[in-house]
Design a protein around this ligand. Structure first.
Ligand SMILES: NC(=O)c1ccc[n+]([C@@H]2O[C@H](COP(=O)([O-])OP(=O)(O)OC[C@H]3O[C@@H](n4cnc5c(N)ncnc54)[C@H](O)[C@@H]3O)[C@@H](O)[C@H]2O)c1
Length: 266
């Protein structure tokens, strides 16, 4: 088991990549604090983990609020022990797909607050506990939208911020034995992606299913577990030399922004 004896905090664990990671990390021996906005939505995931002999607690909290983040860490420490793994995965997209000129201020702020400030607050509160434990590993879910245009202004800007923040944290926390990396998923079939597709269908826009050939070279979206497995690697001691890294897991979507010999041949 790759996470035997570790205590892991996973945010955004009620669905998608976070849920897949909670289950996978628990199967690999970690005690998991599964965090999401509503504790009742994470409870069934925790029950399923416990039914398979794993250890997990459900924590309801908003990662963009300092007091709630402090409470996540206090509960984890009291019920599971000092955290040595943090998977900062909670995230939001703007509800309405508006352009940089029309996006409303509240939607822009929400992206920055949850996706960027939330990651910083979690690091700020969890890292001191990791230092006490002798080190740890932090994985922050950014997105390929950090490096190519694959979303709205608020979303892309927040995810580019997560990449920058991950590098700062890696440099500042490295001397304490804490590794920090950014995971950049490509198109992944999660509740967020399904919600976006429904919204775009309603607006008569091309959806992820019709744009699939422009979203990677494998002709499909990822299963959330394919992201969880990358997060597992980065969280585990197998990635002992990886810190300050930015890891695309995107079926070649970012590589496709270049020009290949096939394009020259056309
Ligand atoms: N699905 C994709 O194609 C894709 C691609 C690149 C990056 N991402 C990123 O991956 C991460 C996981 O996304 P997903 O696709 O599994 O989405 P998802 O919507 O299925 O899961 C995100 C979870 O975060 C929770 N959350 C939102 N705001 C929160 C807050 N303030 N505090 C605590 N929890 C909160 C939600 O309730 C939800 O359960 C996100 O950071 C997302 O931006 C997704």
């Amino acid at each position: 088991m790759r996470l035997h004896g570790k205590v892991a905090i996973i945010t955004g664990a009620a669905g998608g990549m976070g849920e897949a990671a909670a289950q996978l990390f628990a199967r690999e021996g970690a005690s998991v604090a599964a965090v999401d906005l509503d504790e009742a939505r994470v409870a069934p995931i925790v029950q399923a983990i416990r039914a398979q002999g794993g250890t997990a607690i459900a924590v309801g909290a908003d990662v963009s609020r300092s007091a709630e983040v402090a409470a996540i860490v206090a509960r984890t420490e009291a019920e599971l022990g000092l955290p040595t793994i943090l998977f900062n995965n909670a995230g939001v997209d703007t509800e309405n797909k508006q352009s940089i000129l029309s996006i409303d201020e509240a939607a822009f702020d929400k992206c920055l607050e949850v996706n960027l400030k939330g990651v910083w607050l979690m690091i700020k509160h969890v890292a001191p506990r990791m230092i006490e434990a002798g080190g740890g590993s932090i994985v922050n879910t950014a997105s390929i939208a950090a490096s190519i245009v694959a979303g709205t202004a608020g979303y892309c800007a927040s995810k580019a911020g997560v990449v920058a923040l991950s590098k700062v944290a890696a440099v500042e926390l490295g001397r304490h034995g804490i590794r920090v990396n950014a995971l950049c998923p490509g198109a992944t079939e999660t509740p967020m992606a399904k919600h976006q597709r429904a919204e775009m269908e309603r607006a008569g826009l091309p959806t992820s299913s019709t744009l699939i050939d422009r979203m990677g070279v494998l002709g499909r979206m990822a299963d959330p577990e394919e992201m969880a497995r990358m997060a597992l690697f980065l969280a585990s001691d197998e990635a002992s030399f990886a810190t300050g890294g930015v890891f695309n897991n995107d079926a070649g979507w970012t590589a496709m922004s270049g020009i290949s010999v096939q394009d020259f041949a056309r």
